[in-house]
Design a protein around this ligand. Structure first.
Ligand SMILES: CC(=O)SCCNC(=O)CCNC(=O)[C@H](O)C(C)(C)COP(=O)(O)OP(=O)(O)OC[C@H]1O[C@@H](n2cnc3c(N)ncnc32)[C@H](O)[C@@H]1OP(=O)(O)O
Ligand SMILES: O=C([O-])CC(=O)C(=O)O
Length: 480
């Protein structure tokens, strides 16, 4: 069931305490200042030039054009992603994890959602409240979505299932309903978008569990949703992959493996949330949302972009690549054979999945975070040939790609490590990995969608040029 929270009116915000304990009240407190800030910029600097657009960028995927407003994350080519200015390590140090445990667990993706939305590190209480709010909203998928998911061919690609499931939920869009009624004005849009966004994110554990059960268990549940647990725990249980009473425990986890898998899920879904605005999934969500399509339709479109092998689907391609290479080489430690395999791949005009990046020029810090997870558990991973190969490749591939000479960034990106860790714990369906990416990626682009409506940003509509127009520009320039 999809539940809206109470819709707040702006004058109520004055009554709210300075530090609100729920996300929506905190947003209400922030909005007037942020809107005024943007208004001021628009008024005083409307015509200030930021960048030159070159012919190269028009025909080269707009690489490097600074032309999008994106609030919560930014990507530096050298140091990688920052979430509201915080590195992954700072997030590890500062963001709340599950409370009431003696041992330090990975931070909750719910904590980072709060950070993305507000720019502030949540208190433990705020993070717990948001976690609880998502669990309450996510108890059950709408009946019509369950019916559609039941009727899908069980061998349909899991990313297609995810996009369909999400798009179907637009039937319950509160924003869509209000807009159709004509009962809301532009300044109010954000509140209803916010409701849809939280409902969508809350529904993802159930939808993900349903897709996994479709592809592995003929649609029969592998676990049950627990309203008293966090978002990532519920994803794991619904995959059948915890040793709690909530789950079939299909991989026979002991306590420590079960806890590690849940923490891997928290880590993975915590660091994949966003990668500034220009990546395909984020940009697509923002673009579709700019036409006032509701969050379900906008993010379903983002998921379709994430499903491309040069973007999120690389996670599945990497695992396939590692497994195949391990079949063809004598040992994951045989450097000469690994190099030969890489050259064979490059010479047949294929990309090395998990390497290269449109913006990054150093190893992806998200890759390093995944590797740190492995290093912290030597007994668990030391005998896994695929994990060994993944680590060795991160040393060997950059040398080969440099010698090959085309790739601007020869270093590993996050996809080179992520899938193989899930595989290690027993998640063997390669086509499924990107669905987990899709759970995580909801948080950044959908946060931006809320802010897009708070700021009242217009429909996105760049100007296109045909070849003749480009040639005319070239001629004009060369005759100067
Ligand atoms: C979560 C994420 O989305 S992270 C990215 C996941 N994707 C992958 O890992 C797929 C492999 N990597 C790639 O295909 C690319 O590096 C991308 C798509 C990520 C970035 O693309 P670009 O910005 O165009 O990369 P770049 O400017 O370095 O490309 C220059 C050339 O190097 C090639 N190249 C780039 N990366 C690789 C690679 N990993 N293996 C082989 N060749 C590569 C490009 O195909 C291009 O060749 P071309 O001139 O013949 O067209
Ligand atoms: O930034 C990009 O273009 C791709 C990427 O790593 C992501 O979206 O996570």
């Amino acid at each position: 069931m999809i539940r809206p929270t109470r819709i707040l009116k702006f004058n109520e915000s004055k009554l709210l305490r300075i530090q609100s304990l729920d996300l929506k009240s905190t947003m209400v407190n922030l909005i007037p200042k942020r809107r005024a800030e943007l208004l001021e910029i628009r008024k005083n600097y409307q015509n200030l030039k930021v960048d030159d657009i070159t012919i190269g960028s028009i025909i080269g995927g707009m690489r490097g054009n600074r032309s999008l407003l994106w609030q919560s994350t930014s990507l530096d080519p050298e140091t990688g992603i920052k979430f509201q200015g915080y590195t992954i390590q700072e997030c590890q140090d500062l963001l709340p994890s599950v409370s009431n445990k003696g041992k330090k667990e990975n931070f909750l993706p719910e904590s980072i959602l709060w950070l993305l939305m507000t720019g502030e590190i949540p208190t433990q209480q705020q993070a717990d409240n948001l976690s609880k709010e998502l669990a309450t909203r996510g108890t059950k998928l709408p009946e019509y979505t369950i019916k559609i998911m039941n009727d899908l061919p069980k061998n349909m690609h899991p990313m297609t299932q995810l996009a369909i499931g999400l798009a179907s939920m637009n039937k319950s869009s509160i924003f869509g309903e209000k807009y159709q009624e004509g009962s809301i004005g532009k300044n109010d849009f954000w509140e209803y978008i916010f409701e849809d966004v939280l409902n969508l994110i809350a529904a993802l554990p159930q939808l993900t569990g349903k897709i996994y059960s479709n592809i592995t268990n003929n649609g029969e549940p592998l676990g049950k949703f627990n309203e008293n647990k966090d978002w990532s725990y519920n994803i794991c249980s619904l995959l059948g992959m915890t040793n709690s009473n909530d789950s079939l425990n299909t991989c026979n986890f002991n306590d420590s493996q079960s806890n590690d898998f849940i923490n891997l899920m928290r880590l993975y879904t915590g660091i994949h949330v966003d990668h500034e605005g220009g990546n395909v999934s984020a940009h697509t969500t923002h673009l579709v949302g700019s036409a006032l399509s509701d969050p379900y339709l906008s993010y379903s479109s983002g998921i379709m972009g994430l499903a491309g092998p040069l973007h999120g689907l690389a996670a599945q391609e990497v695992v396939r690549f590692l497994i195949q290479m391990n079949k063809e080489i004598s040992s994951p430690n045989n450097e000469a054979e690994i190099e030969e395999y890489l050259w064979k791949t490059l010479n047949s005009n294929k990309v090395i999945p998990g390497y290269g990046h449109a913006v990054l020029r150093r190893p992806d810090p998200r890759f390093t975070a995944m590797l740190d997870f492995v290093k912290a558990r030597p007994t668990e991973f030391s005998n896994d040939p695929n994990v060994t190969l993944m680590k060795n490749l991160s040393d060997i591939t950059p040398k080969v790609l440099l010698e090959h000479g085309k790739t601007k960034n020869p270093f590993p990106n996050v996809d080179s490590a992520s899938g193989i860790l899930f595989y290690h714990y027993g998640l063997k369906e390669l086509l499924f990995f990107t669905v987990i990416f899709g759970c995580s990626r909801s948080m950044g682009p959908l946060t931006q969608l809320v802010w897009d409506r708070i700021y009242g940003l217009p429909i996105e509509r760049p100007k296109s040029l045909d070849i003749q127009q480009i040639k005319n520009i070239c001629k004009k320039t060369s005759s100067v």
